[in-house]
Design a protein around this ligand. Sequence first.
Ligand code: OKP
Ligand code: MG
Ligand code: ZN
Length: 343
Amino acid sequence: MKTVFSPLHSRRHVKTELDGGLLIEPHEKPSRAETILARVKDQALGEILEPEEFGLEPIRRVHTDSYVAFLENCWQEWLADGKQGEAIPVFWAGRGMRHREPRDIDGRLGYYSMGADTSISDGTWEAARASVNVALTGQKLVAGGERAAFALCRPPGHHAHADLFGGYCFFNNAAIAAQAFRDQGYERVAVLDVDFHHGNGTQSIFYGRNDVLTISLHGDPDLVFPHFLGFEDETGEGDGEGYNLNIIYPPGTPFSVWREGLETACERIAGFAPEALVVALGVDTFEEDPISFFKLTSPDYLALGRRLEQLGLPTLFTMEGGYDVDAIGVNAVNVMQGFEGKA
Ligand code: OKP
Ligand code: MG
Ligand code: ZN
């Protein structure tokens, strides 16, 4: 399987994540992508390609123009305002307040975000753009006839809505790739999100549509991020009714239980009969993950890959979460190797 990787991911190198009242070293750090890349090389998974440049047009198919402009200019505006540290949103439109884009940068940071866990600094825009190009280059490989491709995206994307960043995400790489398949004539596309966290951005982007089926397996949002979306009664709206599926698990869930939901998801995907599959791949379901509460083990990722292969679909993997850096390479590449038949 071919891997797409951009060294520009390292342009995203914020120093802060607001967590538990402290500014900690971010969980979403450059060594994540480098460790996965090293494992891809070590295992000789296949050719490693740098992305092509696709420009802003495919991004604008999913994200609003004003949000894209905000991300492009955010850091310069922050500096121009004389701020000292990194750009962190701290004010939101609460209940009863106006959802209106203000001119002030603090106001705009809140208007375009869902949380304070995701700081912005120099290079965030460039890395987020490169991450989209990685996903779209993988999409092009699959559309060109490859059975599967591994888009080693960083930063991740599945929490990003049409006009919201947060949860370490800026552009929704998986959604942009799914939309690219649609724009190239693929009639139906499925996005399966196996990251520990709910794919709230992907769900939101396609919620009213029946041409892109969205499914996410995740930790109960009553207990974890994103807190305000991802419940099982969210099934789609309008034309999209019945085209969103959320499968929720409690703390301590092992693979033996998680795989039952995977089976339900795979059966729904088979019934939908998509022409392509995008897998939003997080390996923060791992037992040692520092911010999650499932109990998957490294061999379980081989089994996950094998099951996804059995769907028989052209498949694009986009990298999402996974914060145990020691294991992230083995776990992510295990999915690809399982897909390729390794037991
Ligand atoms: C991104 B992806 C932990 C802070 C959690 C939000 C989690 C974002 C996960 N104390 N911040 O889905 O892996
Ligand atoms: Mg998920
Ligand atoms: Zn996650």
